[in-house]
Write a protein that binds this ligand. Structure first.
Ligand SMILES: CC(C)(COP(=O)(O)OP(=O)(O)OC[C@H]1O[C@@H](n2cnc3c(N)ncnc32)[C@H](O)[C@@H]1OP(=O)(O)O)[C@@H](O)C(=O)NCCC(=O)NCCS
Length: 338
């Protein structure tokens, strides 16, 4: 497919050829992943991007209900940009677009976005894009998206020394903490499912569309199975007060990308906030992480927190997390307004 520069903006002489990547074509898939990785890494430090092994694992077992579109842009047969779109029917489409540094401002990003739009319009009406750069924000705005939320990316070096581990907080006396790795124990899975859904209802989302997370145990079990199949170890802690589950936290460890651990959700119920339960949960989970043989090669843990969520940013800093950069998530109509 030969795509001319979109008509709503200035004409460009560059002929950008955008092609759909079939993920079963592994060399092509890895080429695509490399362009996406390099395009997103420009000018950033402590960058993590999905490894080739993790990419293969992800696309070997396509998600049963999610539509995925992979695109590669070439100029004269040379790959210069890549895009990825994912959508669950009824939800906003998540799109990523990256253009190699020497090929920007020639319409490549616009051509990729046009092609994504064409392929996603039957399954989504809203799209969401992520960027770490001013160029990315300007680009997305020029395409009709508006800033939905800004999140600080924070990183903590691993392994934690014995001294650092000893300095981590302990739980308030009436808080019972449970830590494990892998599937939720049967006795807490219902609480876990409920808290996970409460987190989705309450986590700061800025102006982004909020999507609900099922509170059903089967949804938790399906997610655990899928993560396990993709080589993830789930490192989890749950807090209870007088038998009631009031908070949880989770870190993900990928076998394919062992050097980075991902701090995922942390949630504490409103009525028990401000009592040190978040700190106790994170401390317990970091201790659990350091005990696991799977974390032997982990060199840092990475987390994202809304810039409006000062309590969590401050809590992370008190653990030694360093502010690295800011992720801007923009949202807008999938169809370009003419
Ligand atoms: C964002 C990115 C994909 C843009 O790719 P690109 O090929 O340079 O974009 P285009 O040439 O199609 O630009 C389209 C329009 O976006 C806007 N734009 C793009 N880069 C811009 C910049 N650095 N400053 C201001 N406006 C910019 C302009 O309106 C431009 O139209 P114009 O050139 O006619 O003025 C590229 O900079 C990139 O890969 N950044 C890192 C990855 C990233 O942040 N991706 C997220 C995108 S939401």
């Amino acid at each position: 497919m030969l795509l001319p520069r979109r008509t709503s903006k200035a004409w460009s002489p560059v002929n950008v050829h955008v092609e759909v990547v079939d993920p079963r074509n592994v060399p092509r898939l890895l080429r695509w992943n490399g362009i996406l990785r390099d395009g997103f890494a420009v000018g950033r430090r402590h960058v993590w991007s999905r490894s080739d092994e993790a990419t293969c694992a992800q696309f070997r077992e396509p998600h049963p209900t999610r539509v995925a579109v992979l695109l590669l842009a070439e100029i004269d047969g040379v790959p210069v940009g890549a895009a990825e779109g994912h959508v669950r029917p009824g939800e906003p489409a998540d799109v990523e677009i990256a253009v190699l540094e020497g090929f920007r401002r020639q319409g490549v990003g616009g051509a990729l976005l046009n092609a994504l739009r064409a392929r996603l319009r039957s399954v989504a009406t809203v799209m969401r894009a992520e960027t770490y750069s001013d160029a990315g924000v300007d680009f997305a705005r020029s395409e009709g998206l508006t800033v939905g939320i800004r999140e600080g990316r924070q990183v903590l070096g691993l392994p934690l020394s014995a001294h650092a581990l000893a300095a981590l907080g302990s739980a308030p006396a009436d808080v019972d903490l449970l830590s494990w790795s892998g599937r939720c124990p049967e006795k807490v899975v219902e609480s876990w499912a409920l808290l996970r859904s409460r987190m989705a209802d309450e986590v700061p989302m800025g102006d982004l569309t909020r999507t609900a997370v099922s509170a059903e145990v089967e949804a938790v079990r399906r997610n655990e199975q899928r993560m396990h199949d993709q080589g993830y170890t789930l490192v989890r802690s749950l807090a209870r007060v007088e038998g009631e589950a009031v908070g949880y936290t989770e870190i993900l460890l990928s076998r394919a990308d062992p050097e980075i651990a991902f701090q995922d959700d942390t949630f504490v119920e409103q009525h028990v906030r401000g009592r040190g339960i978040g700190r106790a949960l994170k401390s317990a989970n970091l201790r659990q992480l350091m005990r696991l043989p799977e974390s032997a090669d982990s060199r840092f843990v990475q987390t994202y927190t809304s810039l409006t969520n000062e309590p969590m940013l401050a809590l992370n800093r008190s653990f030694g997390f360093e502010d690295i950069d800011v992720l801007t998530i923009l949202e807008g109509p999938l169809e370009e307004s003419s």
